[in-house]
Design a protein around this ligand. Structure first.
Ligand SMILES: [Zn+2]
Ligand SMILES: [Zn+2]
Length: 205
């Protein structure tokens, strides 16, 4: 494949869920290079960002990648501001009122139930208007917040799947520290995972 052809491909979204990507030619976006069907939805992801991972749990089709000889971006971008206190807005102003998040509510309720069990105290899980270029999720004294300007409503659809639980656990582990590199953060993540598994096995959740 020539450099020109490689430049021509665009990133398209898989029919298998959000943040799951293939490559396609602009003239035929319904079919990925690997043959998979894709969503007609346009994606804002540039080819240069192919391979970037954030808290949303993106996945990229290896078959498409190989067929076009694309080198995934070396960047593993985690654009999150976890500490709610770092947000420039006052938290109270940015919360999405309950009547504007009906689609997300069942998912948020389930995450609140899980969070409150895992931290053994009531934990609030809410939507926040953080701007399109802002964070994805955050954690702080006000609880867990998800940025409604970045995450589509359908992402919260029940039943919750791996990316949703993974992001929730990531935020809850910040109960110990905001430093992703700290040993106590990694320990908290493992413990939360174990506690969650045991809760389901024992029927406590
Ligand atoms: Zn593919
Ligand atoms: Zn984090």
């Amino acid at each position: 494949m020539s450099e020109k052809q490689r430049e021509d491909v665009v990133v398209v979204e898989s029919v298998n869920g959000y943040f799951s990507y293939h490559l396609a030619y602009p003239g035929n976006k319904t079919k990925a290079l690997c043959g998979s069907k894709t969503l007609m939805m346009p994606t804002k992801v540039p080819t240069a960002a192919w391979g970037c991972e954030t808290h949303l749990g993106e996945s990229y089709c290896r078959a498409c990648e190989v067929s076009v000889g694309l080198t995934p971006s070396a960047k593993r971008v985690v654009f999150c501001v976890d500490d709610v206190r770092k947000l420039s807005l006052t938290a109270v102003d940015g919360f999405v009122p309950p009547n504007q998040c009906e689609a997300q509510q069942p998912g948020l309720d389930e995450m609140r139930r899980i969070s409150s069990y895992l931290l053994a105290r009531p934990v609030s899980v809410r939507l926040f208007r953080g701007g399109r270029d802002g964070f994805i999720a955050a954690y702080g004294p006000v609880g867990v917040v998800f940025n409604a300007d970045v995450i589509p409503a359908a992402w919260f659809r029940m039943p919750l799947k791996e990316p949703q639980i993974a992001l929730l656990l990531h935020e809850l582990a910040h109960e110990t520290t905001y430093n992703h590199e700290a040993p106590q953060y990694r320990r908290a993540l493992s413990l939360l995972g174990a506690r969650l598994a045991l809760a389901f096995w024992s029927g406590a959740l």
